[in-house]
Design a protein around this ligand. Structure first.
Ligand code: C2O
Ligand code: CU
Ligand code: CU
Length: 499
């Protein structure tokens, strides 16, 4: 068993918190049981207090609001978007101040080949923000980099073209330096669905977005600030919500098949999911459809990852999307109960549905990226810097004035992400999609079981993940851990892509 002792504090590291507690934590990563020495949590830990608000469950699944296309022109999608304070009522009788885009978590739906124009306004009173188009092939200067903040009260027009073959379930969220985690846990995120010209998935399956977020509410209904444990592990809330609802319900007829698109829009929640009383087929990942459907019993959806599923509801009764336990290397006390949550319930009637078309055996072709011209290595570490915990890539914390890597447009490279830390870290690259080649752990290499496009990959503690990547547009791109607290604390680097 591997044990290490950390002397941990975040004084001098935390950007958004004034916590200066100093605690010693003995952490056991492999067995999942934690022993604490000298822990004094104070109020620095995750408050899971009594009197925690109760959220209603079992309401009909809401659809997220769609942003209307204000352009009359074919091939042009134009809309306006504002990040603003708002109030939501999650629990009976309690108002929760939040931050939202156009008063919600909206969906932008466009098509391959469309031109996009979005007039954005930052209505957050006291903070800069940006809008980052997660996973999308947009020009670097349109991608909401932390180097290009939109000041409080200011506006910016984002414009880009959606290339052919870019259909995929993307999302968007803020990316301002040091405020990303907070703006996301307060509510800022939306979905960007790019639809293909011809969709091989039968329209009869529908197209249902399930946006997974994570909410923590104090007894008065407010969203508490991050504490020390949140900075270390990433913030895990008390309620995993689907489209803003706790365990919402969808009614289907026996024999129905549904296309479900799952988005992990939480700050730091690892979701190991299974569907009880229904059969799941994976049809797509971050960057769109697979080549062929793949039956699954369970899947791990790390922060920022997406999957597309076709789920068949053949047994009358209730089919539930539930969580299984997952060891992601929790540091210190307060490890949340991951297993046994019902996130979403489908009520399957006895009355049979009209016969559904079959899912095609081939969905599309994904051309393999060719032989790489070079290998680039990224080592993820957690270490002490003075009295603080540092999350770093290649021994450095993020500095927007330092270019960490230089790459040429059009070059295929093999990236090797080595996790020498005790926690899993989901690694994400901006501006492109990559193809995973293999995973290595304890000297054992496992090839990727199928080819797919990804923009985020979970790198398990002690594991190395290798993927092929190409950047087609010049400019500055970020790569980082998508536990947003880690990103804010510096587990991010700057890639300059040169023509
Ligand atoms: Cu969704 Cu830089 O990330
Ligand atoms: Cu991104
Ligand atoms: Cu991380």
């Amino acid at each position: 068993m591997h044990r290490r002792t950390f002397l941990t504090g975040i004084a001098g590291l935390a950007v958004t918190s004034s916590v200066t507690a100093l605690v010693a934590i003995e952490k056991s990563n492999s067995a999942g049981n934690m022993n604490m020495a000298g822990m004094d949590m104070g109020d620095a830990g995750s408050p899971r207090a009594e009197g925690m608000p109760v959220l209603p469950e079992g309401q009909p699944l809401r659809e997220l609001p769609r942003l209307a296309n204000q352009s009359g022109e074919a091939g042009l999608f134009r809309t306006s978007l504002a990040a603003e304070p708002a109030t939501l009522r999650f629990a009976e009788g309690l108002d929760t101040p939040v931050l939202l885009y156009n008063r919600g978590n909206p969906v932008i739906e466009a098509r391959e080949g469309d031109r996009i124009e979005i007039d954005f306004t930052n209505g957050i009173p006291d903070q800069p923000t940006t809008v980052h188009w997660h996973g999308m092939p947009v020009p670097a200067e349109q991608d909401g980099n932390p180097m290009a903040p939109v000041a409080a009260g200011a506006s910016q027009r984002f414009t880009f073209d959606l290339p052919q073959a870019s259909a995929a379930p993307y999302w968007f969220h803020p990316h301002p330096h040091g405020h990303t985690a907070e703006q996301v846990y307060r509510g800022l995120a939306g979905i960007f669905l790019v639809k293909p010209k011809n969709d091989p998935i039968p329209a009869e399956y529908g197209d249902t977005i399930l946006m997974l977020t994570d909410l923590r509410l104090a007894a008065d209904g407010s969203i508490p600030e991050n504490g020390m444990m949140d900075h270390m592990n990433g913030r895990v809330g008390d309620h995993v919500l689907v489209n803003g609802q706790k365990n919402p319900v969808l009614a289907v007829a026996k024999g129905e098949k549904r296309r479900l698109r799952l988005f992990n829009a939480t700050n730091a929640r690892f979701l190991r999911l299974s569907f009880e009383n229904a059969s799941m087929v994976l049809i797509g990942t971050d960057g769109g459809l697979l080549e062929a459907p793949l039956a699954l019993d369970e899947l791990l959806l790390a922060p920022a990852e997406r999957v597309e599923l076709v789920v068949a509801f053949d047994q009358p009764g209730s089919a539930r999307l539930t969580t299984l336990d997952y060891e992601r290397g929790w540091m210190g006390p307060g490890k949340p109960d991951e297993a046994g949550m019902s996130l979403f319930t489908v009520n399957v009637s006895d009355k049979p549905a009209p016969v559904m078309p079959v899912l095609p055996a081939r969905l599309r072709q994904i051309a393999p990226l060719p032989t790489p011209v070079k290998t680039r290595r990224f080592v993820l570490t957690e270490s002490m810097s003075g009295m603080s915990m540092a999350f770093q890539i290649n021994g450095a914390s993020f500095d927007m004035n330092r270019i960490d890597e230089v790459m040429k447009t059009g070059d295929v490279e093999l990236w090797e992400i080595v996790n020498k830390a005790d926690m899993d870290h989901p690694f994400h690259v901006h501006g492109t999609q990559f193809q995973i080649v293999e995973y290595e752990k304890d000297g054992k290499i496992t090839k990727a079981p199928y080819r797919s496009w990804k923009d985020t990959v979970n790198v398990v503690s002690g594991q190395t993940v290798r993927f092929l990547i190409r950047q087609d547009m010049p400019g500055q791109r970020m790569y980082h851990c998508h536990i947003l607290e880690h990103e804010d604390l510096g587990m991010m680097g700057l890639l300059e892509v040169r023509a």
